[in-house]
Design a protein around this ligand. Structure first.
Ligand SMILES: *Cc1c(COP(=O)(O)O)cnc(C)c1O
Length: 402
């Protein structure tokens, strides 16, 4: 009998969004290798290797370092729920929708919360956090290194200093930054850090790599109350990812294969060349976008997140029509604004595999054509021209040669 529902044939998109990013063919191949059981002795070795790679990517020796079976939001949930108990006080630094999410999740705990905000497009001022922390016993300070909703990067070091002054754990959302923006967990003494597999790591969505410092582990050990989640209790999850390898839940084995391959690519390239590649390609993209007469949301260059560039939608242009035409005519996906910035910005992602010269030029050329069609006035070709000028003057590393 013929099946009215045909075989799955998704379009081949270039995903220049803030996640998921397009994947290297090597990662697709890993995803299609044979499934084994989660307690298979062979898979134990695969888990060990995954953890070795993850410690390298996070730059840490933390014992608790593994991919949670959850999207990035699960990483927020695990970090916050494991850290906070009744009677605790925490500070959440909010400058956009994703840092806001940590605050929203923390409201599910019995802890007393203090909110320190910054306008969209700017990082939170560590001085404001210091003022709130003064005279208080603070258990946790949480922030997003990369705020994806507005394309802002935050220097985490001053927040570490404030956390030291008040004895708090520093919790960092690195979903949009891990493997794309400089981050060194041990050197910067981040207590709990989590990421998402589908962003600058360019693995499929569904895993949230997390790492926990010995200091945070001790805080977990001395909790007086149970963690408000069985699934995300990091101490029991470590019975599986720790040396005992005891069943906790069935992890997404194929996703672990893919993440392992994605991290092998990261380590082959080297973290520093990879950070440099993201930095340079974003500069080329910005040169192109500005040459098209578009303005950026984030004014200060030092505050711009290398993996996500927020571009203001010019007056008279329909932001959704532009995105739809890019998708239909060029198979390129970009993102719109979310939350308070809905309809006001486009978000161009240069994450992991997508942060390449060829894709920057492709996006700028396509955006140029679409903007002309939508009635925007600029010199056709100006965007690609500016990026080409940038590339001919700067030394921009390519993604691993193979
Ligand atoms: C994408 C993102 C998240 C949420 O990740 P999901 O995988 O969508 O759950 C959280 N924080 C930041 C900074 C992000 O960019």
């Amino acid at each position: 009998m013929s099946n009215p529902i045909g075989e799955l044939r998704p379009p081949a998109r270039l995903m220049m969004t803030p996640g998921p990013s397009s994947m290297d063919p090597r990662v697709y191949r890993a995803l299609a290798t044979p499934l084994v059981g989660h307690l298979d002795p062979w898979f134990r070795g695969c888990m060990d290797e995954t953890q070795v790679l993850l410690r390298q990517v996070f730059q840490t020796e933390n014992r608790i370092t593994f991919p949670l079976s959850a999207s990035g939001s699960g990483g927020i949930e695990a970090s916050v729920l494991n850290s906070l108990e009744p009677g605790d006080e925490a500070i959440c630094c909010v400058n956009g929708m994703f840092s806001q999410r940590m605050y929203v999740i923390a409201q599910h705990t019995p802890a007393t919360l203090h909110l320190v905000e910054a306008p969209y497009g700017k990082p939170v001022d560590p001085e404001d956090v210091r003022k709130v922390a003064k005279g208080r016993k603070i258990k946790m300070i949480g922030l997003a290194q990369g705020e994806t909703s507005s394309g802002v990067v935050t220097n985490i070091d001053p927040f570490r200093q404030v956390a030291d002054e008040c004895g708090a754990l520093l919790v960092v959302d690195a979903v949009a930054t891990l493997a794309g923006v400089p981050l060194n967990i041990d050197k910067q003494r981040v207590d709990i850090c989590f990421s998402g597999s589908q962003k600058a790591l360019s693995a499929p969505p569904g895993m949230s790599p997390i790492t926990v410092s010995p200091r945070a582990e001790e805080v977990f050990r001395t909790r007086k109350t149970k963690v408000q989640s069985w699934y995300f209790d990091l101490s029991t999850a470590m019975n599986y990812w720790g040396k005992d390898r005891l069943y906790h839940h069935t992890p997404p084995i194929s996703l672990i294969y893919a993440l392992r391959e994605a991290m092998r690519i990261v380590i082959e390239e080297g973290l520093e060349p990879r950070w440099e590649r993201h930095h340079q390609n974003q500069h080329a993209l910005i040169a192109g976008v500005e040459a098209l007469g578009l303005k950026l949301l984030v004014e200060k260059p030092a505050d711009r997140l290398p993996t996500v560039t927020a571009v203001m939608v010019p007056a008279g242009i329909d932001e959704l029509k532009v995105r739809n035409q890019l998708l239909e005519e060029f198979n390129i996906e970009i993102a719109g604004g979310i939350g308070a910035l809905k309809g006001q910005i486009w978000r161009l992602g240069l994450m992991g595999y997508c942060s390449q010269k060829q894709f920057v030029l492709e996006l700028l050329g396509a955006l140029d054509k679409v903007l002309v069609d939508q009635g925007h006035r600029h010199e056709p070709g100006a965007g690609v021209g500016a990026a080409v000028r940038y590339y001919t003057q700067a030394e921009v590393p390519a993604l691993t040669a193979r």
